[in-house]
Design a protein around this ligand. Structure first.
Ligand code: ATP
Ligand code: MG
Length: 402
């Protein structure tokens, strides 16, 4: 009977002395996902984790949420038991196979792969595999052994308990997200920034997000779209505090006082400065953007140079070398694409110049910025007046809960 879910983790298995920390973090992240579904016990089992329903909960229900946890490379629904006589191992295996493939399954090729962590066990792994294979052939005479290219591998692992499984459902890989590693994502309503956030979160980083809202030029629908994107991203990354920054006054001031062709670069530089302040308040140590080399005028090498010049924190641009189509593929996989393409206006598109500078010079940009009205104060004010929305694991959290 499938009564447990074996969780395989990737890179954290090789983390040496820090391994316990990574395992504990992964366990914590798994617990948070499963809490809502009921009671599941999670135990460490020699380089794996085992998830078991405590009561009537089903292991099938745990698979979907756990397939979205960073750090997991594979999920194996398994039959887990303690009796380790050859007879009971074979019986459990046949029962497991009947449950998984049916009483009278279609012909397939298979091999049995045995592992024996307990070296005191009287049979070695080849002998165990041979015995189990024999019994499988008796039970399913239509099945054939193929040791080189089997369609199904039947794993029989003798650890503290015995594990039998034959399906490894892929996980996302990456590293478990830790609230101690934080970065601030500049989240627009576009396709790119949610994907950029996903990629950094995948490396174990918890995100907060910053959205620049130019009400009434950008409507509440545009804002709701960004909240929805953050919600979808939080399915993977866990907790996101999204700051909605009132940006209209600053944008109008830039529009009035700076040359048309520099609007976008100056706007982006001020976005970075505001995002850094919010990042500091959030104890984040880096910024993340969806910038990509060469897609638009604001993303030439010269433009990135000028934008980056105001930043004092590391700025991660995980999409820098991606083609648009590659970004779209990830957006579709993580289910943000459909929301991103909703046609609501963005503050960048409204205040954009007809002929933006593609090769801006830093000294000229800095000079133009001197025309702005009390920009330091305006930045402080925008930060202070930001609205904060909290998203957690795909749910918007009401103020009292947050
Ligand atoms: P995206 O699809 O993420 O909007 P893009 O290709 O449209 O990216 P730009 O509009 O030039 O490119 O924006 C580049 C990056 O700047 C975005 O990926 C995002 O990180 C940040 N950004 C742009 N506009 C905003 C905004 N209104 N609020 C927050 N961040 C923004
Ligand atoms: Mg955009």
């Amino acid at each position: 009977m499938q009564n447990g879910l074996l969780v395989k983790y990737g890179e954290i298995a090789i983390k040496g002395n820090n391994r316990h920390q990574f395992e504990n973090l992964l366990i914590q992240n798994i617990k948070e996902r499963l809490e809502r579904l009921g009671r599941y016990a999670i135990t460490k089992e020699q380089g794996r984790l085992l998830v078991e329903p405590v009561g009537e909960e089903r292991i099938e229900d745990a698979i979907e949420p756990l397939s979205k946890v960073f750090g997991i490379i594979g999920l194996c629904p398994a039959s887990v038991f303690t009796e380790d006589s050859m007879e009971s191992i074979c019986n459990h295996t046949i029962e497991y196979l009947k449950e998984t493939y049916g009483e009278n399954p279609a012909p397939i090729t298979f091999k049995v792969e045995a592992r024996r962590a307990n070296k005191k066990y009287p049979l070695n792994s080849l002998e165990i595999a041979a015995k189990v294979g024999e019994r499988v052939l008796e039970a399913f005479p239509q099945w054939k052994v193929d040791v080189h290219h089997p369609q199904v591998i039947i794993w029989t692992e003798l650890r503290n308990r015995v594990y039998v499984f034959s399906k490894i459902l892929p996980g996302l890989g990456g590293m478990p997200v830790s609230p101690k590693n934080r970065a601030a994502l500049l989240l627009s309503g576009g396709i790119d920034s949610p994907v950029a956030g996903y990629m950094i979160a995948k490396r174990g980083v918890e995100l907060c997000a910053v959205y620049f809202h130019a009400h009434p030029y950008t409507t509440d629908r545009a804002k709701d779209k960004v909240i929805e994107l953050a919600r979808r991203l939080s399915v993977y990354s866990g907790n996101i505090r999204l700051y909605i920054v009132p940006f209209t006054d600053i944008q109008l001031d830039i529009y009035d006082r700076c040359p048309q062709d520099q609007l976008t670069i100056i706007m982006r530089r001020i976005m970075m400065r505001i995002a850094e302040k919010i990042a500091r308040n959030e104890e984040a140590m880096a910024l993340v953007t969806g910038e990509n080399l060469g897609q638009v005028a604001s993303q030439t090498l010269q433009s990135l140079y000028c934008t980056n010049a105001v930043c004092t924190m590391p700025v991660f641009r995980p999409l820098i070398g991606f083609d648009k189509q590659e970004i779209i593929q990830v957006a579709q996989k993580i289910d943000t694409y459909e929301t991103s393409i909703l046609p609501y206006e963005d503050c960048c598109t409204i205040f954009v110049a007809k002929h933006p500078e593609t090769k801006p010079h830093l000294d000229r940009i800095e000079k133009s910025e001197q025309n702005l009205t009390n920009i330091e104060e305006a930045i402080e004010k925008a930060v202070a007046e930001s609205e904060c929305v909290t998203l957690r694991l795909g749910r918007q959290i009401e103020k009292e809960e947050a």
